[in-house]
Design a protein around this ligand. Structure first.
Ligand code: COA
Ligand code: ZN
Length: 311
């Protein structure tokens, strides 16, 4: 059976876009429940300026809690600069998501740096902390709110540049959810051809309801690491029009029914998604939530049966 590795990024990408501050205790509770639902890769926070993202003010506390409690879970944190990586490392994080955008203008809006400056910082991070696993999240891989669709070959060229710095893993991020399955297939084939050693991951927002289709297209091209958020919550605060992510429970449902092994407990995820919705008012990818939140999960194990009530 093919394995799909689900990377739950809700505690970072989902919560960063929630205006109301979520208490640290509530965050821990939801992360505990994700662990209980057998999610084995969780991006738990970001080490960014609290002025830019006030929701991540308690990153250190959340990270230290998770590191001590979940030694067997692959815990990731996002960082935009050396300072963030240093703080994450001191909190015990070993797997970093370093974010840089394919488009110059989104990188400027998000990180206040040119792409070149971000890549120079990445070089110093790799030199300073060679022991850390750095995944480079390439934001706006498939389209930018300011510059539109990338030119042909642009993503591959950028991926090669990043790989050339010694990076072994990149995540192709559809930050504003504009990709289509054909584009995803084509870009993955091109990147894989140019950099066969590079480990790929995808992160697809669901603006046009194409999150599942695009993620499946990536999986069928051989990408087994996929990012998503519980309830489809999320969006980049610095990308106008950004909407929610692909929902974790939807991905798990789809892949499991198709015979992939995700290792995750669908029933527990559904319950947790409903719980999260009751405590957090955020940017959910609407149509999914309407369905998910009214799904009563019937029999579990074997084939999933669900009754869906529309509201
Ligand atoms: N963690 C915490 N604080 C940080 C920080 C980090 N990783 N990096 C910088 N800061 C602080 C500085 O200490 C400084 O604080 P001060 O104003 O109290 O002196 C302030 O942030 C500005 O620092 P500076 O280096 O001038 O950065 P900037 O203003 O150019 O901002 C970023 C750059 C990257 C730090 C900021 O844009 C940011 O955190 N963005 C977050 C982007 C994000 O999370 N997007 C969504 C996910 S993709
Ligand atoms: Zn995102």
């Amino acid at each position: 059976m093919d394995q799909i590795h689900i990377y739950e990024v809700g505690p970072r990408d989902g919560w960063q876009n929630v205006e109301e501050l979520i208490s640290t205790e509530e965050k821990k509770k939801i992360i505990d429940a994700l662990a209980d639902a057998d999610i084995s890769h969780i991006q738990i926070c970001s080490f960014v300026s609290p002025k830019a993202i006030p929701q991540m003010r308690d990153a250190k506390e959340v990270a230290e809690y998770c590191v001590s409690r979940y030694p067997d879970i692959d815990l990731l944190a996002l960082a935009p600069n050396l300072r963030g990586v240093k703080d994450a490392k001191e909190a015990g994080i070993r797997h970093l998501s370093y974010v840089v955008s394919l488009s110059e203008s989104h990188n400027k809006a998000n990180i206040n740096r040119t792409r070149e400056e971000s890549l120079q910082e990445l070089e110093s991070i790799i030199q300073t902390y060679p022991e850390l696993d750095i995944c480079v999240d390439i934001a706006t891989s498939f389209g930018c709110p300011f510059e539109g669709r990338p030119k042909e070959g642009e993503l591959t060229e950028f991926a090669e540049q990043v790989h050339g710095l010694g990076v072994k893993e990149i995540c192709l991020c559809d930050t504003i959810g504009v990709a289509d399955p054909l584009q995803v297939r084509t870009e993955i084939r091109n990147v894989t051809k140019a950099c066969p050693e590079l480990e790929l991951m995808v992160h697809i927002h669901d603006t046009r309801g194409m999150g599942l289709a695009c993620t499946l297209a990536a999986a069928e091209e051989g990408v087994s690491k996929v990012q998503s958020t519980l309830g489809g919550l999320g969006g980049c605060p610095f990308a106008p029009g950004a909407s929610g992510n692909t929902a974790t429970e939807d991905l798990v449902y789809m892949f499991q029914r198709m015979g992939y092994d995700t290792g995750a407990d669908f029933g527990k995820l559904l319950k947790l998604s409903k719980y999260q919705k009751s405590v957090i008012q955020g940017n959910y990818s609407g149509h999914h939530v309407t369905i998910q939140m009214d799904q009563e999960c019937g029999e579990r194990g074997g084939d999933q049966t669900c009754t869906v009530r529309w509201i």
